[in-house]
Design a protein around this ligand. Structure first.
Ligand code: COI
Length: 355
């Protein structure tokens, strides 16, 4: 290991790389991590000097609050290597802003741009070899913050750890995605933490999703908790519907994550002249549209999955199969978005940031 200390960040590089052991063609999402990670602790009311060091486990006190009260938030981002070997990030400012909004909601300290953005860029610079060229190859970035202060009093911690880990990634889902529309369980409620990227929002989905899996469905379309009549998110993604040729998606709210892919797809769709309607979408209108043939597509959108077509949905024990579209909005929008991300078409929105 070679230490390299400057004013901004301490860097200790790994003695050897595990990159040669990785089969980049056959990656299971989020299973393999690069050689280094960024770590920065918050103590005594301030962020300490961040460090980049070899990826490794670390010790925490068993009473650390993250284990007991789930004080934990995260982000999902990706880095892309363009044909000229430069590495690019997609709208990192959006993730940075959302991370801090999540931090405020979970009573955690906000992180600085210097640590989040500059630290990430420095880490990516060290891990350039882990980012492969070519469409579909990405390096998934997982920034997260956990409460590391000890003591089981149910109150916010005074000590936190911010970390960034990196995982080479291709597709998130393999195979078809069929969904059940939630009529009992909820992902989020008004006044809750649904709009934050809080760890607890995801663990709360595991049990209902497990029940859906047992019935042969991969994911759940979440509905509003109060009435279960409005369609809100699909699994870990935002959700879009195409009825006739209009693209519909719910407005963001206290219950819905302000997805970066979601908002980017809305902008791309509008730029292509697609009629986009951001408004509450009712379960009843989805069922009616499926029955009268005007429902053409349903797809999820998120950083990890990008755009994921849904082949059918179940509601009230009736399964509705979606038509197979040759010119689907899902594939058109995915193509446009990933072309921008991979540097294959002009970045007319000014979204890409060079590392
Ligand atoms: C992402 O799309 O980046 C997410 O955060 C979803 C995650 C559960 C993989």
């Amino acid at each position: 290991m070679s230490p390299n200390t400057d004013d901004e960040i301490d860097v200790v590089t790994a003695a050897s790389s595990k990159i040669d052991t990785v089969d980049f063609e056959n990656l299971l999402f989020g299973n393999i991590f690069s050689d280094h990670m960024l770590s920065c602790d918050f103590r005594n009311g301030k962020w300490e000097k961040p460090e980049i060091k070899p990826y490794e486990p670390f010790l925490l006190d068993p009473s650390a609050k993250v284990f007991h009260y789930g004080q934990a938030i995260f982000e999902g981002m990706k880095a892309y290597k363009h044909e000229d070997d430069n590495v690019w990030l997609f709208r990192p400012d959006q993730n940075f802003d959302r991370f801090n909004k999540s931090a405020v909601r979970l009573a955690m300290p906000e992180i600085t741009e210097k640590i989040f953005i500059d630290g990430l860029k420095r880490l990516l610079d060290i891990e350039r070899n882990w980012i492969k060229k070519g469409k579909g190859n990405t390096l998934y970035i997982r920034p997260f913050m956990i409460a590391i202060g000890s003591g089981v009093v149910a109150a916010p911690s005074t000590q936190y750890r911010f970390m960034v880990i990196l995982s080479p990634a291709k597709a998130y889902y393999s195979g078809e995605v069929k969904v059940i529309i939630a009529d009992h369980y909820s992902r989020a409620a008004n006044g809750g933490i649904g709009a934050a990227k809080a760890a607890g929002n995801y663990s709360a989905q595991f049990y209902p999703t497990k029940l859906a899996n047992e019935k042969g469905f991969q994911q759940i379309i979440w509905t509003d908790d109060a009435t279960h009549t409005k369609l809100e998110e699909a699994g870990t993604m935002n959700v879009f519907f195409r009825i006739n040729d209009t693209l519909l998606t719910a407005p963001t709210s206290e219950r819905i994550l302000d997805g970066v892919t979601r908002k980017s797809l809305i902008d791309i769709a509008k730029s292509l002249g697609i009629d986009v309607d951001v408004r509450p979408v009712l379960v009843s209108e989805l069922v009616e549209a499926a029955q009268n043939g005007s429902l053409k597509e349903v797809f999820g959108a998120g950083t990890a999955a990008v755009v994921n077509p849904i082949v059918g949905f179940s509601y009230d024990d009736h399964y509705h199969e979606l038509p197979k579209m040759s010119n689907s909005y899902a594939s058109l929008l995915k193509e446009k978005l990933t072309d921008i991300q991979h540097g294959l078409s002009a970045d007319e929105f000014g979204w890409m940031v060079k590392v």
